[in-house]
Design a protein around this ligand. Sequence first.
Ligand code: BV8
Length: 248
Amino acid sequence: MQDKELKEIVTLLRQKPQLSVLTGAGISAESGIPTFRGQNGLWKQFRAEELATPEAFERNPKLVWEWYDWRRRIIAEREPNPGHLVLARWEREFPGFILITQNVDGLHRRAGSKSILELHGNIWQVRCLKEGTVRDNFESPLTTIPPVCPTCGSLLRPNVVWFGEALPRDILEKAYAASSKAELMFVIGTSAYVYPAASLPLVAAEAGAKIVEINPDYTPLSASADYILRGKAGEVLMAIDEALKENS
Ligand code: BV8
């Protein structure tokens, strides 16, 4: 990250702007959690169509649950990294701060973030197919695959949003509202490939927000970003946070 960019971003942050952040799997990479489309990405071994769709679950709930159980076990052994921790601190320092995440791993919450919009649900929640009830379920590894509802015995599904499924309306509306009133939006660790999440930074930019992208790689969003910080989320966020604290 060049000094000039860092100075400009710190100056923007010092003005205590309406700050929103959109995160993707990349912010959890430094915690040791595989991303979806990276080198050893989660999708590499499997094809999304085989697993993260209602049809796949209908066809083979055991296979889909084995994939989620495997991911839950990886996440259960990992900790939030400095990137998650900086964002949890910024929530306390920036009035009106909103964290929008595509991640289902729950690491933002474990890092101390409270005001989180989980666009794609949460891998630590299960939903009864029959009753629709949502419960926390932290059992790892799962003792029964696929798990069943303790009250009615029906199949449980992960309480996440699969391809072809609508995002939770209230959460999506809040995410669009946060994006359209943001003065500054950080977009961290996402390939900007999945919609409607990927449209949020464009809504923010359209409404006049400055966009800061933090990602080692180029993405379809890069062309619309005002600042492109080519680096790892934890390292870049720590550098910005350090500079922010200097002679503050
Ligand atoms: C819907 C399940 C409509 C949970 C996931 C336009 C509008 C609306 C829909 C569509 C549209 N165009 C296409 C669609 C359909 C589809 C879609 O977007 N398809 C894609 C493939 C093109 N969208 C949907 O189906 C959505 N539903 O809109 O329905 C509707 C409306 C009404 C009624 C019915 C239906 C649902 C989308 C949610 C799908 N579910 N996952 C789970 O198992 O996790 S998406 C999946 O991808 C994950 O949830 C993840 O959150 C998401 C995005 O991935 P990323 O987080 O970006 O991760 P990725 O690996 O791709 O990238 C990581 C990045 O990090 C990389 O850039 C890498 O460089 C970077 N990185 C790596 N290391 C670091 C780093 N960055 C920083 N630091 C590091 N250290």
